[in-house]
Design a protein around this ligand. Structure first.
Ligand code: FAD
Length: 508
């Protein structure tokens, strides 16, 4: 069964972090008709609202359930959750609301993304936020996203903050100002004890607008491109195929995996790859699906000398800090945090929850780059995701420095009342080779996938500095995939800011 729908100004594909911002802002103008299409369901699972339940959402019906390929040098796959449903990944994420250091944003400009430096994005960071403290010149007061910091931190979190002080790390007055380095309390997207996803903050409050249509359980199969111009999309709801047309632009906000997947299914991507799969080439853009980056993570896990009280919030990552891996690091390229749970990969032994805790470290400026490719020409099929973690050996060097920094923090006096034996990596793991081996064994994704449709002006760029897809009229990409290089922070706050700025670009 097939049908058609038309009369829209904009079609937004994907109701995730970026898509919710776009749909809500674009429909502020009552004369603008917006169609928002989302593959997932309208009703969130109950666990979405409960911050500490976030790990249970990986593998649930709100996760696409992807895995990487068997990773080079690591020898196993890694789960690669991404949200499916209203709010997208902001509905299943760990709720941390973190801006990058300004230098990591300014690196985008160096990479050719004029207009996307920290000062350019600052008004949009502020536009998203409703923050009580901080410098009003830097932090927003009236935005839809409320941030919350625990007022009664877990005793282990307090120990982590004290430990940071003891080992000489700066304590940042506002770790989210983008200007400071050091440790601070983590801001979370929590309101009255419940998660605030992008849907909660932006979309649900405006869903009754007559000029905004939302269709859920709608899988977009391909973009309709006619004479070099994108005029709409084809999507399915159950067995019904629908062609939707729009007069102004289609905005793809399907995320770092979903967006290159949809572009390639529509013939926009590396021509050799498309031809292999029998897809007609609409625009040969070799950068689609390339430049995939993520923040790799490792953990130092301790047995606890005393039972750990239960945690609230998001699992106890209440304290985060940024440090440099060495004097040559261009910005604070490592993030450390303390978690009240033993975060170990399934293959490594160690304490059970309640009997152990973690100092985690993640590389915020990885050099390794991977790719997203189609496995088949069928919409909705899993893609081939190869992040190629640690394939650039500089990443292993920086992470070895990170492991040392995590141990320094973990062995500070402030943890004496808690610290039992080091379960992972274990005290025998000391020299560089042993540390590198452990980094591979313990690798986890921090789920900050980005970069597969990067902004730029060179032939490898997918979108120009106004986020227009190169070589196709009427089509933009607005989501984490446009980030040219990794930011030194968890990605959600930056995706909101990208989408807020995109709205100004779309309106201009
Ligand atoms: C488990 C996990 C934990 C994380 N923790 C944090 C954290 O604590 N803090 C932080 O800052 N960041 C965190 N992140 C990362 C952050 O949430 C993401 O970077 C951000 O949400 C990405 O936004 P996006 O708009 O690019 O994509 P998404 O939010 O993933 O949205 C894409 C949307 O498009 C839809 N879609 C895709 N393909 C199609 C299609 N063909 N048709 C229709 N719809 C489609 C998807 O269903 C989805 O709703 C985490 C991510 C994960 C997965």
């Amino acid at each position: 069964m097939a049908s058609e729908t038309s009369g829209y100004d904009y079609i937004v594909v994907g109701a995730g972090s970026a898509g919710c911002v776009l749909a809500a802002r674009l429909s502020e103008d009552a004369g603008t008709r917006v169609l928002l299409l989302e593959a997932g369901s309208r009703e969130p699972l109950p666990a979405v609202a409960t911050p500490r339940a976030w790990p249970t959402l990986t593998g649930s019906s709100m996760d696409w359930g992807d895995h990487t390929v068997v990773l080079d040098g690591i020898g196993r796959t890694e789960a690669w959750p991404r949200g499916r449903g209203l709010g997208g990944s902001s509905a299943i994420n760990a709720l941390a609301f973190v801006r990058g250091h300004r230098a990591s944003h300014d690196a985008w400009v160096t990479a050719g993304a004029q207009g996307w430096g920290y000062d350019d994005l600052l008004p949009y960071f502020r536009r998203t936020e409703n923050v009580k403290g901080g410098d009003p010149a830097v932090r927003g007061r009236n935005g839809p996203v409320s941030v919350w910091t625990s007022t009664s931190p877990h005793p282990l979190s307090q120990a982590a903050m004290d430990a940071a002080r003891q080992v000489g790390h700066p304590i940042a007055a506002d770790a989210n100002s983008g200007l400071e380095e050091g440790f601070g309390w983590t801001e979370l997207t929590v309101v009255d004890g419940k998660r605030q996803s992008a849907a909660d903050a932006y979309l649900l409050p405006v869903l009754d607008r007559p000029n905004l249509d939302l269709v859920t359980d709608a899988l977009v199969h391909r973009l309709v491109v006619d004479g070099g111009r994108c005029t709409g999309v084809q999507y399915s709801v159950g067995t019904r195929m629908v062609t939707a047309e729009c007069g102004t632009e289609v905005v793809v906000a399907a995320g770092t995996v979903g967006t290159p997947q949809l572009l390639m299914l529509s013939g926009i991507g590396p021509q050799d790859h498309l031809r292999e799969l029998g897809i007609d080439v609409v625009a040969d853009l070799p950068g689609v699906g390339a430049n995939l980056h993520d923040h790799p993570m490792t953990t130092v896990i301790y047995h606890s000398m005393q039972p750990l009280p239960p945690f609230l919030a998001n699992g106890g990552a209440e304290v985060k800090g940024t440090v440099r891996s060495g004097p040559g690091a261009p910005w604070p390229d490592l993030q450390l945090f303390c978690a009240v749970v033993p975060m170990r990969t399934a293959t490594l032994p160690g304490p059970e929850p309640g009997a152990g805790y973690t100092i985690a470290v993640s590389l915020m400026a990885p050099f390794s780059r991977g790719s997203v490719r189609l496995a088949t020409a069928q919409a909705g099929a899993a893609s081939v995701i190869d992040p190629r973690y640690y394939t650039d050996s500089r990443d292993l060097d920086a992470m070895a420095a990170g492991l040392r920094a995590a141990r320094e923090l973990g062995t500070a006096q402030a943890f004496d009342a808690w610290r039992g034996e080091e379960a992972q990596p274990g005290i025998d793991v000391q020299d560089d080779d042993a540390l590198r081996g452990y980094l591979r064994r313990s690798l986890r994704s921090y789920h900050h996938y980005a970069g597969t449709c990067r902004i730029g002006v060179d032939d490898g760029a997918v979108v120009d500095t106004d986020l227009r897809v190169r070589g196709v009229e009427g089509l933009r990409v607005v989501d984490a995939s446009v980030m040219p290089s990794p930011i030194s922070a968890n990605t959600n706050a930056t995706v909101y800011a990208i989408a807020e700025r995109a709205v100004d670009l779309l309106r201009s």
